[in-house]
Design a protein. Structure first.
Length: 232
């Protein structure tokens, strides 16, 4: 997760914690960073004007003064649950963490009656999903795709062989309920599909992608479309 995204998610977690607040240890564990990094992030948020409070001693921690950062949102309970279901059913989807944080922001500013009905309806929608890659893996491949940097991955094949590869990310694709990173594999010198759940480690390099295009992947199935065109 890039620092800007982490700062945003951190402020949202502090706001949701209310008067109880969160300890630095809990925040560090949630975001997979050191306590020292969390404290630097808290300082950065405070310097940017965020109303952060701190309470020392046992039972202490950090919090954010309650205030809405969104105008009133008009959603029906079913619309709210539809958003929750979509993200909950696809936790391995690209940028799912950010989508989840965005939905929580929307739910937080719903009027109490709608929020109560949405909560009641949400209890009637269940999902059973496969284990997802770690936050560190997802954040690395998401950052590499967004900024077009080469990502170094440790990949486990179907038969269990492990290889380390430098990949130039081109697209994320979902088919048959599974998400893939498709990119130019510098080890094999060709376009390859990597099942996201088999990426065991990932780190963003400082090497820029060389410009491989979506067209190099081939002709997509007739039913395939980008999420941009899906909303049109």
């Amino acid at each position: 997760m890039k620092r800007g995204e982490r700062l945003h998610a951190l402020s949202e977690m502090l706001r949701r914690s209310g008067a109880q607040g969160c300890t630095a240890d809990r925040l560090a564990s949630e975001f997979g960073v050191s306590v020292r990094t969390i404290k630097r992030d808290l300082d950065a948020l405070e310097n940017s004007g965020a109303p952060i409070w701190s309470r020392p001693g046992p039972g202490g921690g950090y919090g954010l003064a309650a205030r809405s950062s969104l105008p009133p949102v008009s959603l029906t309970p079913a619309q709210a649950v539809a958003l929750l279901a979509a993200v909950s059913a696809a936790p391995d989807a690209p940028y799912a963490d950010l989508a989840s944080a965005g939905i929580r922001k929307i739910l937080d500013v719903l009027d109490p009656r709608t929020r109560k009905k949405a909560d009641e309806l949400a209890r009637r929608v269940w999902v059973n999903t496969e284990p997802v890659p770690t936050r560190a893996v997802r954040s690395a491949i998401e950052e590499a795709m967004a900024d077009q940097y080469v990502v170094r991955i440790q990949y486990s094949s179907r038969n269990g062989d492990k290889t380390t590869r430098d990949v130039e990310p081109v697209i994320f694709a979902s088919t048959n309920g599974r998400w893939y990173l498709i990119g130019w594999c510098q080890l094999r010198n060709e376009m390859r599909w990597f099942l996201v759940t088999r990426i065991e480690q990932a780190s963003v390099t400082r090497m820029r992608c060389t410009g491989h295009s979506i067209q190099e992947i081939g002709i997509p199935p007739a039913a395939a479309k980008s999420v941009h065109s899906a909303g049109e």
